[in-house]
Structure formats: structure tokens, C-alpha cells
Design a protein around this ligand. Structure first.
Ligand code: NAD
Ligand code: ISE
Length: 335
């Protein structure tokens, strides 16, 4: 069976996902598009034989030919579309964040539980990255003993002027929030944010870099650097320190060069390439699960937990205080 998909939002990652659904993955096709910028939607549809353009996301979700929905519009629009997909009983893959606030994420959790069907997956693609999977296998296999500390960094070479301080948490560090919790099977209990001296490459509305400190229920301490104007490349680092040893996220594959008296490997520049394979695996996995009425990847509860943690990090960043992270117990629906 081929899964007929409607995509809402044909911006940067929307076009990336549409291209992989159309050209790389199997078992699905894009049959419908919607974007507030209708001309962009028409332009993308021109390259997709048989795809229709709908005036808005709601009309796309209601269309009988759409069996499943991919939401890649701006973050503040996600909750409306995810709730509409749940109301229509259609599986929905929503790019991170699940919603702009923890409250909106909770309303999605409640609506999904009330529907009685597992329908929502959130686009935390790092769980599908082969490096993170190898790291998790080492931790789960007991190779390094119980995790005690995690040191990590999320560095982007540069960001546009519209990128402001809060985005370092809700747009960027949100990936660490999700993947580290998954990596060690633990939940967070507190957050603190430190602000080192700013780089001269930032602007008045962006503190860059920052260091986020998280503590987990099991007492693991995490320090995560977010540095989005690091200039030299797109660099994702993660070292888990355990009782018996340390495990480090592998570097992306690169030819080792011996040249001009130097031993070197390339550093990636772009998140789209760094996580290319994981986006493919993530969406292929979602297609297969959606056809069987399952959600195997990060679910609405994970999206909610990430949002609660992000809110605490924002509060910590604005206040300079250590902020407690409190969530209700996970509903049995998500066990
Ligand atoms: P973008 O600005 O390039 O594209 C967003 C698109 O949504 C635009 O075409 C815009 O016209 C459209 N849009 C806005 N409001 C809409 C509405 N109400 N209905 C329909 N379309 C609407 O942004 P982007 O970089 O593609 O990011 C989109 C989402 O994907 C964001 O939530 C972002 O955080 C997420 N994202 C995830 C990753 C990842 O690594 N998983 C990477 C990049 C972006
Ligand atoms: C972007 O939205 C992403 O999700 C990238 O993975 C991240 O590295 C970048 O900082 C975000 O802006």
C-alpha cells in the first residue's frame, strides 16, 4: 500500500522532506501541499506530478485523498494542524517543536489520548542517527557502566539576524533535550543557564554562546554548550562519562588527508547534510509505522516533555536561577 501524504509548509525543511518522500523513500507519495505562501506551494507542486495545492492546512487535512500529514510550517502553527489531524484520525508527522508552548503540547497529548489512537510523531531525527544509535547501544549494553555526566556541544557556523536568544533553546538545544533523555533513559529535574562572554560575531538580541546545565532524576549532570556563530562549521558533540569508561558520539565519516604537512578531516557545514541519513531513516520508519497504525518514534509525550524542559531552560536563562522541571507522570497510553 502507498501512503498518500499531504505536506503543510513548503519552506526549507518542507522542501527537503518532500524531495525525500518523492525521490528517496518507498511506500509513500506526496499528493497535497499547503502553505500560506500559495505561490511557493504552486511552485513545489509543479515538480510533483498529481499533487494538488490546498488553500490552507485545514483543507488539506480534511481532503479525502490525504491519508497522513507532514507538518513543516513555522513552529507557532504546528499545534493547530496537529490537533486537526488528530480530529480527522490521520497520522501526523510534525517537525519540532510539537507546539510553541508546553500547554499547547499538553492539549495535543490529551486530544491524542481521547482519540484512542497513536497518531503523532515529532521530528526529533537524532534518535535515527547512526552515531547516536551506536552511542546508545554502548550505554544500554553496560559498556561504560552507569552514566554520571554528559558533556555536549551544538555548534552552528552562523545564524541569520532574525535568530534571537530564546531560539538557542527552543530551536537548537531542543534537539539535545530530546536526544539526551532518550540516550540515557532518564528525565530532567532542573535547568540552569550560564552566559559566558559573547562572541563578537553575535548581535544585541542574541546571547551566544550559552551553557545549559541539566540534572536528571538519576542524578546525571549534563552540560550543553550552544554556540550558533562558531564560524568554523556545524559540529555536534557528545561525550557520556560512565562509572567504567567514557563513550563519545562518532564524528561523521570523512576522508583523512595527509597533505601540506597536515593530517586533517573535513568538518561539516550544514545540518541538512549532517543529519541527511537520519531524516531518511526517520521518515521511512514513520511511513511504515503509520500504515500499521503505530507511532514508533518520538511521540506527543516526548514533544510535551521537551517543551516543558525548554520552558524551564528559558526561565533559567532569563532569571539566572536554577529552575525545577516538573511534569505529571507519563500516561499509560505512552508506555
Ligand atoms: P521556513 O521558514 O523555511 O519554512 C516554513 C514554511 O511554513 C514557510 O514556507 C511558510 O510560508 C510556511 N507557513 C507559515 N505559516 C503557515 C501556515 N499557517 N500554514 C501553512 N504554511 C505556513 O522554516 P523551516 O526552516 O523549514 O522550519 C520549519 C519547521 O521545521 C520549524 O518548526 C523548524 O523548527 C523545523 N526544523 C527542524 C529541523 C530538524 O533538524 N529537525 C531543521 C530545520 C527546521
Ligand atoms: C535548526 O532549526 C535545526 O533544527 C538544526 O538541527 C539546528 O542545528 C539549528 O540550530 C536550528 O536552527
Amino acid at each position: 500500500m502507498t501512503l498518500d501524504i499531504g505536506v503543510i509548509g513548503v519552506g526549507m525543511i518542507g522542501r527537503e522532506h518532500i524531495a525525500r518522500l518523492a525521490n528517496t523513500l518507498v511506500g509513500a507519495r506526496v499528493v497535497a501541499l499547503a502553505d500560506v505562501d500559495a505561490r511557493q506551494a504552486e511552485a513545489v507542486a509543479a515538480g510533483l506530478p498529481g499533487a494538488s495545492v490546498y488553500p490552507d492546512g485545514e483543507a488539506l487535512i480534511a481532503a479525502p485523498e490525504v491519508q497522513a500529514v507532514v507538518v513543516t510550517s513555522w513552529g507557532p502553527t504546528h499545534a493547530t494542524y496537529v490537533l486537526a489531524a488528530i480530529a480527522a484520525g490521520k497520522p501526523v508527522f510534525c517537525e519540532k517543536p510539537l507546539a510553541a508552548t508546553a500547554e499547547a503540547c499538553l492539549s495535543i497529548v490529551e486530544a491524542e489520548i481521547a482519540s484512542g489512537k497513536h497518531l503523532v510523531q515529532v521530528g526529533f531525527q537524532r534518535r535515527y542517527d547512526k552515531g547516536y544509535r551506536a552511542l546508545k547501544a554502548a550505554i544500554d549494553g553496560g559498556v561504560i557502566g552507569a552514566p554520571l555526566m554528559i558533556h555536549c556541544a551544538h555548534r552552528n557556523p552562523a545564524v541569520p539576524e532574525a535568530y534571537v536568544s530564546d531560539m538557542a533553546i527552543v530551536d537548537t538545544f531542543i534537539h539535545e533535550i530530546d536526544v539526551l533523555r532518550w540516550l540515557i533513559g532518564d528525565d530532567y529535574v532542573s535547568a540552569q543557564v550560564l552566559k559566558p562572554r559573547n562572541t563578537r560575531h553575535t548581535h544585541a538580541k542574541l546571547d551566544d554562546p550559552i551553557i545549559v546545565l541539566l540534572a536528571t532524576k538519576n542524578g546525571v549532570r549534563i552540560d550543553g554548550e550552544v554556540f550558533v556563530n562558531c564560524r568554523y562549521g556545524y559540529d555536534i558533540r557528545c561525550e557520556v562519562v560512565g562509572e567504567e569508561g567514557c563513550a563519545t558520539l562518532p564524528e561523521p565519516e570523512s576522508v583523512v588527508l595527509r597533505k601540506d604537512a597536515k593530517l586533517s578531516t573535513a568538518i561539516m557545514q550544514d545540518w541538512k547534510l549532517r543529519f541527511l541519513e537520519s531524516y531518511d531513516v526517520e521518515l521511512q520508519d514513520w511511513i511504515e509505522a503509520a500504515k500499521s497504525g503505530r507511532v514508533d518514534g518520538p511521540n506527543a509525550w516526548d514533544g510535551y516533555f521537551a517543551a516543558v524542559t525548554a520552558d524551564a531552560c528559558l526561565k533559567a536563562m532569563h532569571s539566572g536561577e536554577v529552575v525545577e522541571i516538573v511534569t505529571p507522570p507519563r500516561p499509560a497510553f505512552y508506555d
